[in-house]
Design a binder for this molecule. Structure first.
Ligand SMILES: [Zn+2]
Length: 392
């Protein structure tokens, strides 16, 4: 159902670019590498308190940096929409915030303090314009998102503690599609070792169990498995996979090494169990260890599970109405190429999640940038989605 033009106009008028930008700069200027998010969470709480909101600080399993939560209720009851973001940034040299010719730069401007500022501005716009017809908004922000430093557990604990809406929006830097499916991800690492010391090839080295030979077996077996996984496909999300991105062994050309290390990823579709994938990985390694007389330690580090939502879910429909009101047409439905906390909300919390953020670039680099007008657009889309979703 299209959103009334007058409502769209009221929201547009209530979103204040300067206020949004000031919030973004104040969040970016506080460095917050994953696991060190306390100061920026305090900053965000201060901004929201100064704005007149009542701020809760649930520890959510991470007392070093309690999460930030705000609830805003309309007069009558209805659905609760959640806006959720992560305040932590990847571990790279800090880049302070600056704005040049309408573009915001700095650590986290793309991923995702710019997006968090937009969701805060959406909340303010809803309050200031009085346009939320029913229901409520729950705004949450947390630490421990970025792998490999964070394990995603603070958002797990937030969900467990009931800090959830009926549907959730996440302002990650994805804006060219409405993601309704995403693959699960585990990071794989394997360490092959043999007993004894490194030794010259002609002084007994060639008689040692070869960690390199075992590594070659692993590569071939993983490739065979990857071929099998290629048959499990989804029209939007693509195929399951096992990918090897790193391998290393040996010090010099004529010495028998004692260690080989290998790392990669395993991605799976909804319907595949992460535990089964883990079991399969360990079985292959155990077999090769036995055959080659080496020790093999495998680590299947679960990151996020696969998820899927219906494109006719009320959240997806409300989002499309909001997106159309701002952009003139709905977004193409597609898959989410990366994993994020949306996977967790769907899988752990049973809550539909839509990832949508600014058209920003440079995530996970020192060259993050986002056009200010994109942040304003996201604030409008979030506020209008709330109006459409909560008021139904
Ligand atoms: Zn992010």
């Amino acid at each position: 159902m299209p959103i009334d033009d007058a409502i769209v106009e009221q929201v547009r008028a209530a979103v204040q670019t300067d206020r949004l930008l000031d919030t973004a700069m104040r969040l970016i200027e506080v460095p917050s590498p994953t696991c060190s998010g306390a100061a920026v969470a305090d900053r965000m709480a201060e901004i929201l308190t100064d704005d007149g909101f009542t701020v809760e600080r649930p520890e959510a399993g991470w007392p070093e940096s309690p999460a930030v939560a705000v609830r805003f209720h309309a007069e009558s009851s209805g659905r609760t929409i959640q806006f959720n973001g992560h305040l932590d940034t990847v571990h790279l040299p800090f880049v302070p915030p600056r704005v040049e010719e309408g573009v915001l730069y700095g650590s986290g401007s793309s991923d995702m303090k710019g997006g968090i500022a937009a969701m805060i501005e959406a909340l303010r716009a809803l309050r200031d314009s009085g346009t939320l017809p029913a229901g409520s908004v729950l705004l949450t922000a947390h630490d421990l998102h970025e792998a490999p430093w964070g394990d995603g557990s603070q958002v797990d604990r937030l969900i467990d503690a009931g800090f959830v809406g009926d549907g959730v929006l996440l302002p990650e830097y994805l804006c060219d599609r409405l993601p309704v499916i995403g693959r699960g991800l585990a990071v794989l690492s394997v360490k092959v070792s043999r007993r004894g010391e490194p030794v010259h090839e002609v002084l007994g080295g060639s008689e040692q169990p070869s960690v390199i030979r075992a590594g070659a077996d692993i590569v071939l077996r993983f490739e065979k498995l990857d071929d099998e996984l290629a048959r499990k496909t989804h029209p939007l999300a693509g195929r399951e996979s096992l990918f090897i991105g790193q391998i290393q062994a040996g010090e010099i050309f004529n010495q028998s090494p004692i260690v080989l290390e290998l790392a990669g990823t395993r991605r799976w579709l909804p319907g595949t169990s992460a535990d089964d994938a883990r079991k399969q990985f360990h079985e292959i390694l155990a077999e090769i260890a036995e055959q080659r007389g080496v020790e093999i330690e495998g680590d299947f580090r679960f990151v996020r599970d696969a998820y899927e939502i219906s494109e006719t879910d009320p959240l997806a429909e409300a989002f499309q109405d909001a997106y159309s009101a701002v952009d003139g047409q709905p977004l193409t439905v597609g898959a989410k190429p990366f994993v994020d906390d949306g996977n967790t909300f769907v899988h752990r919390g049973g809550i539909p999640a839509v990832t949508h953020g600014p058209n920003a670039t440079g995530a996970h680099t020192v060259h993050e940038e986002v056009p200010v007008e994109e942040l304003v657009r996201v604030a409008n889309v979030y506020a209008l989605t709330a109006i459409q979703y909560c008021g139904e």
